[in-house]
Design a protein around this ligand. Structure first.
Ligand code: SF4
Ligand code: SF4
Length: 337
């Protein structure tokens, strides 16, 4: 049973065979988070008109009708026509519909859609109190998120919180389960910061060492599940005998950006490696070399893109082999309450 309204909330899935459509309908945002992954050079700066949003949703619904769709930005609630997009997603038959928000909930979005139309509202929160969260996400964002969560829970929406773990906030993670339980949040997603967008150049934001991660994250996940939430978290550091899989081969995720780039792997998003693109409202495959060719590489370090863009989290033993293989960031553990 969820901590909030007792329902099993349907939303994004991070499993083998899962199908997710991450749709960035704009890149504008009212915040300027230190670890923001949006890169205007790679993703564009457009706000897609509603007719284009509908046409692109049709493309991906036709490709895989049972996908989960997640509306993102930038801040997607800045788009005045987001309620129309949500309704069209339901009309297309998407399995679940989620809005990812920084909590400011512009254009009175929760008054303009209903819990029947929208499966989940997902809030980004990176600290258990205002000073820690706002240092990363901007002044006032903690209060805005808590206010937004309370409003969403009271109105009967399914809710989730995404906490992005970095060296700057790992110490805050153990306090999150109690906070989220008190707010009535249904689902808790723990994710690891990736070195992309601003976090690729922001020295304050680093990845956590393997021993710290393995010591703390699974324990916090278990506590959150005991408190009634469904918890999703990445293992990150695989033991040598654990199987490694790349979601680019075993799942079907697409990350759509307003400039028409469509990636299958989020770690590729700073680079022109997208395997698909939308041109004139048509989806087409791009010729090699793209991320697709990288998915086929088999290396002792596990994830190829991790090895290329953030090798600092790989530790090698005396024999020259990595102590851990790095797991795919799109394939995660799930604890059901
Ligand atoms: S709320 Fe999201 S899109 Fe906006 S600055 Fe923060 S990470 Fe970037
Ligand atoms: S993060 Fe690594 S393992 Fe996952 S899809 Fe990308 S390249 Fe594959």
């Amino acid at each position: 049973m969820g901590a909030g309204n007792g329902r099993k909330v349907r939303t994004v899935e991070f499993r083998r065979d899962s199908v997710n459509v991450f749709f960035h309908i704009l890149t504008a945002c009212n915040l300027s988070c230190k670890h923001c992954y949006i890169n205007p050079n790679a993703h564009g700066t457009q706000t897609l008109p509603i007719d284009t949003i509908r046409a692109w949703m049709d493309l991906f619904a036709a490709r895989k009708p049972s996908a989960n769709i997640i509306f993102l930005g930038g801040e997607p609630t800045l788009h005045p026509d987001l309620p129309l997009a949500v309704r069209h997603a339901r009309h297309c038959g998407y399995q679940s519909i989620t809005i990812d928000t920084n909590g400011f909930l512009f254009h009175d979005i929760l008054d303009r859609v209903t819990p029947d139309e929208l499966d989940a509202v997902s809030f980004s929160l990176d600290g258990a109190e205002a000073c820690s969260n706002d240092r990363l996400r901007g002044k006032g964002s903690f209060d805005a998120v808590l206010q937004g969560i309370r409003k969403a829970v009271a109105a009967g929406f399914g809710t989730s919180v995404i906490f992005t773990v970095s060296s700057a906030n790992l110490h805050e993670l153990p306090r999150m389960p109690a906070l989220l339980q008190s707010l009535g949040v249904d689902r808790f997603f723990i994710q690891v910061v990736g070195r992309r967008g601003k976090s690729a150049i922001e020295t304050e934001i680093g990845q956590t060492a393997a021993d710290l991660w393995l010591d703390q994250v699974p324990r916090v996940a278990e506590e959150a599940a005991e408190r009634g939430m469904t918890v999703t978290y990445p293992k990150v550091y695989l033991d040598p005998d654990e199987p490694f899989e790349c979601a680019g081969k075993v799942a079907d995720n697409v990350f759509i950006f307003p400039n028409g780039r469509v990636y299958r792997c989020p770690l590729c998003e700073d680079h022109p490696l997208h395997s698909l693109e939308i041109v004139d409202n048509r989806l087409r495959e791009r010729p090699p070399i793209t991320e697709r060719e990288l998915f086929e590489l088999d290396i002792p370090e596990g994830c190829v893109m991790n090895r290329l863009i953030q090798p600092g989290n790989i530790v090698y033993g005396m024999d020259g082999n990595p102590l851990h293989r790095i797991a795919c960031c799109m394939l995660k553990q799930e604890l059901i309450s």
